[in-house]
Design a protein around this ligand. Sequence first.
Ligand code: ADP
Ligand code: MG
Length: 279
Amino acid sequence: MSPPAASNDAILVADRLAVRFETAEGPVIAVDDVSFSVRPGEFLSIIGPSGCGKSTVFNVIGGLLGQHNGTVKVAGELIDGPHKSIGMVFQEESTFPWRNVTDNVAFPLELTGMAKAKRIERARHFIKMVGLDGFEKRFPGELSGGMRQRVSLARTLASEPKILLMDEPFAALDEQTRLLLGDKVLQIQQQLKQTTLLITHNITEAVQMSDRILVMTYRPGRVKRIVDIDLPRPRTSDIVGSEAFGRYVAQIWSDLREEASRGLKDEEDHMLHHEPAAS
Ligand code: ADP
Ligand code: MG
């Protein structure tokens, strides 16, 4: 069992999270005994191979999953269901196609009943922060995928969550866009001192941005290791070329390799057992 995550200066405490799904092929323990905490202003990444339970952890913390064991606390308060202190950014597109950029970003503010002039002003502030000034009147269909993801980010930031929670927000983007958007996120995180929890399968991305990286095991998803990333800040994508960076990547990969191989083997077995019988 992992040690209790409770820590006095933590803003987020996940304690002994466990999730089990009933499937046609029997029960799947997606996540088992996952405990960790995040300090105010910290950037923590959770990394692991596909299928290891990352999105399940994301859903539990975001309050989107009913059935789980263990607890999530934000600033000492027990979280059970969607909560305003946690702002989520998803992998899939989540902009509203019928609203322009400003109205997309202002949407959560509209829900709080903020006056129009004020919410437009705030939306503009966050649009500028993600580097989309000049695109306020565009509709999502008139933007690139990377720009739409920046709209989602601005919309989430506009409600000023205590914790920014992102599930593979760059996974659908090409490598160049991903690196540049990563720079943007780093810059914003440094500017706002935004506590951030990033879920990713990308080692470069995780090392580039994180203060700490939590490596998950494959099936059941457990905490394999938590690695401190002692690289200077402010950082940009330039750091990717440094020797220290390379050492962290190698270390995380050696942790992940074993888990990724298990995941791959599991997939192969699954394919073999489900091969259509020859007629
Ligand atoms: P990751 O995000 O790391 O790729 P997930 O958290 O999506 O992994 O999934 C972890 C495991 O739980 C996988 O084996 C997946 O098939 C299973 N799983 C996830 N969601 C469900 C669900 N709603 N019902 C049944 N099984 C699920
Ligand atoms: Mg996932």
